[in-house]
Design a protein around this ligand. Structure first.
Ligand code: GLC
Length: 459
C-alpha cells in the first residue's frame, strides 16, 4: 500500500484521537460514540447523539482492535430503548422499530438516563428504518468475530429479532419482494425523492434475510414459519433486484424500446416504465462496460440516479451477481471524476437541480445541487467503497480512493461532507470532527491491510 508511510500512521493516529474522544459513557460504561465532537459550529444539536448507523464503523474498528465490550453494551442499550413503550403523534411505535439516535441525559440529582429519538425530535420528524437492520447485522458481526453466541440467545434478543422480522415481512399493500418505506428513512434522512423502494434499504434488508436464520432459533411453529418466509423472500428479493434494478447499456436499449400499457401476466415491461422517462444524461454517461443498480424502482418509476451506499452494500452482501459487481467497479474506474473526484465518495449522482430539486426536496437549502445529500461527497462512504472494491478484486481502486482521503481528511479537520461537482469544497454547513469520517478512514486502512476482515460481513 502506497501510504504505509509515516504520514499515513500519523493521520490514522489522529483519527483514533477523534474516536477516543467520541465515546459516550453511561453509568461509567462505554455505550456508543457521538456523531460529531462538540464544537461551536455544530450543524444541529443532535450531532451530540449516538446515531445507530454512525456507530457501525466505530463498532467495526473496536471489533477489529479486539475491544468488543462497547459494541456489546451498545447492542444491549439500543435493545432496551426499543422495549420502552412509545407513542409518536398518536401512533404506537412498532416494537421492532429502533431509534435513529440516543443520548445520555444527566438529571439534577446526578443520575443519568437515556433519551432516544425515534423521529419525534429529528428535523422533519423522520423515523429510521435502517437502524433495526444495522442492529441485526452488527449483532451478527459481533457474534461471529467474538464467538460470544450467548448474547443473541437471550430471550429478549430473540424476541426483538422476531419482532423486526415480523415487521419487515408483514404483508401490506405490496406486490413486489422489495420493502416499501417512506422518504428520508436511512442515511439520507431528509426529503430526497427516495420514498418507495430505495436500493440502500433493499440491500440492508437482504443482508438481514441472509443471516437471520443463523441468529433466530426455531422455538415454535411461528418462528419456523417466519424463518421459512424469510428464506423465500431472500431468494425473491435477490432475483428481483438483479433484474429490475440493474442498468447497463443492453438493459437501457431494452427499456428505450419498451412496449408500454401491456396488460396481463405475460407482459414484458411489467412495471410499465415509459421510455420517455429515461433522463438525457443516462445514455451519454453510462459506459459500455459499466453498469449499476438504480436508486429506486416502482410502478412506472425507475429512479436512474446512482446511489453509492446501496450499490456498495449490495456488492458486500452478495445481492449483486459477480458480473454486476465487476461492472459497478468498472463504472468507478471509467467515471472516477464524477463518482469520486477530490474526495471519496459521492453519495449520489447526478444532483437534482431546478424544478426537480424544488419538487423533490421541498426546496431544501441544505440539499442544493452538489451539496450534502444531493450529490455531495462523504468520507464515511470510503470504508464501504474499499470493502466493495476489495471483494471485487479491485484493490487498485480501493487504494486510489484511500490515498486521496488520507491526504486531506485530517488537514481539513474531518469534515462530514464536501460540496461541488468534484467534491473540492468543504461542505458549506459541514461539521468538523465528524466521527464517522474518521472511523471510515481507520476502517479503510484496516481492510486494505487485512482483507480477511471482509469475512465478517453477511455474504
Ligand atoms: C446526517 C446524516 C445521517 C447521519 C447524521 C449524523 O443527518 O444524513 O445519515 O446519521 O447526520 O451524523
Amino acid at each position: 500500500m502506497e501510504m504505509t508511510t509515516n504520514h499515513s500512521t500519523l493521520v490514522i493516529d489522529e483519527a483514533y484521537e477523534v474516536l477516543d474522544r467520541s465515546i459516550m459513557m453511561h453509568n461509567d460504561r462505554p455505550i456508543g460514540t457521538v456523531a460529531a465532537l462538540h464544537s461551536t459550529q455544530l450543524a444541529a444539536d443532535n450531532y451530540l447523539d449516538c446515531f445507530v448507523r454512525d456507530f457501525v464503523p466505530s463498532a467495526l474498528v473496536f471489533i477489529a482492535d479486539g475491544k468488543p465490550e462497547i459494541v456489546r453494551n451498545f447492542l444491549e442499550t439500543v435493545l432496551t430503548l426499543r422495549t420502552r413503550e412509545r407513542m409518536v403523534a398518536g401512533h404506537e411505535v412498532q416494537p421492532g422499530v429502533m431509534p435513529a439516535s440516543f443520548r445520555v441525559v444527566k438529571q439534577d440529582d446526578g443520575t443519568e438516563n437515556i433519551q432516544a429519538d425515534f423521529g419525534e425530535r429529528a428535523i422533519g420528524r423522520v423515523a429510521p428504518v435502517d437502524s433495526m437492520m444495522w442492529w441485526i447485522i452488527l449483532l451478527y458481526i459481533y457474534e461471529t468475530s467474538t464467538g460470544d453466541h450467548e448474547l443473541s440467545k437471550q430471550p429478549v434478543f430473540q424476541d426483538t429479532m422476531e419482532q423486526i422480522l415480523h415487521l419487515c415481512l408483514k404483508d401490506s399493500f405490496e406486490v413486489s419482494p422489495a420493502l416499501l418505506v417512506p422518504d428520508a428513512c436511512s442515511m439520507i434522512d431528509r426529503r430526497m425523492g427516495i420514498y418507495g423502494h430505495p436500493i440502500e434499504i433493499q440491500a440492508l434488508f437482504y443482508g438481514v434475510l441472509r443471516i437471520i436464520h443463523s441468529l433466530l432459533e426455531v422455538k415454535d411453529e411461528q418462528t419456523r414459519s417466519l424463518i421459512n418466509t424469510a428464506i423465500t423472500r431472500e431468494k425473491a428479493l435477490l432475483n428481483y433486484v438483479r433484474i429490475f434494478y440493474w442498468l447497463d447499456l443492453d438493459r437501457l436499449n431494452e427499456i428505450h424500446r419498451y412496449a408500454t400499457e401491456e396488460f396481463g401476466v405475460d407482459s414484458i415491461n411489467v412495471l410499465n416504465i415509459y421510455p420517455e422517462s429515461i433522463p438525457d444524461w443516462v445514455p451519454d454517461w453510462l459506459p459500455d462496460e459499466g453498469g449499476y443498480l438504480v436508486g429506486n424502482v416502482g410502478a412506472s418509476r425507475m429512479d436512474f440516479r446512482y446511489f453509492a451506499l446501496g450499490n456498495f452494500l449490495s456488492i458486500m452482501f452478495g445481492l449483486t451477481s459477480d458480473d454486476q459487481a465487476n461492472r459497478i467497479m468498472k463504472l468507478y474506474e471509467l467515471r472516477w471524476n464524477n463518482l469520486v473526484g477530490a474526495m471519496p465518495v459521492k453519495i449520489c449522482y447526478p444532483a437534482m437541480e431546478g424544478l426537480e430539486w424544488q419538487v423533490r426536496t421541498g426546496s431544501d437549502p441544505k440539499n442544493v445541487p452538489w451539496s450534502y445529500q444531493n450529490g455531495g461527497n462523504w468520507p464515511t462512504l470510503l470504508w464501504t467503497f474499499v470493502a466493495a472494491a476489495l471483494k471485487t478484486g479491485r484493490g487498485d481502486l480501493a487504494e486510489r480512493a484511500y490515498n486521496i482521503a488520507i491526504n486531506r481528511l485530517s488537514s481539513d479537520d474531518w469534515p462530514e461532507y464536501y460540496d461541488g461537482r468534484a467534491g473540492k469544497l468543504i461542505g458549506r454547513r459541514s461539521n468538523f470532527k465528524q466521527v464517522w469520517s474518521a472511523t471510515s478512514l481507520i476502517l479503510a486502512n484496516k481492510l486494505l491491510e487485512k482483507p480477511d476482515l471482509l469475512n465478517l460481513f453477511p455474504r
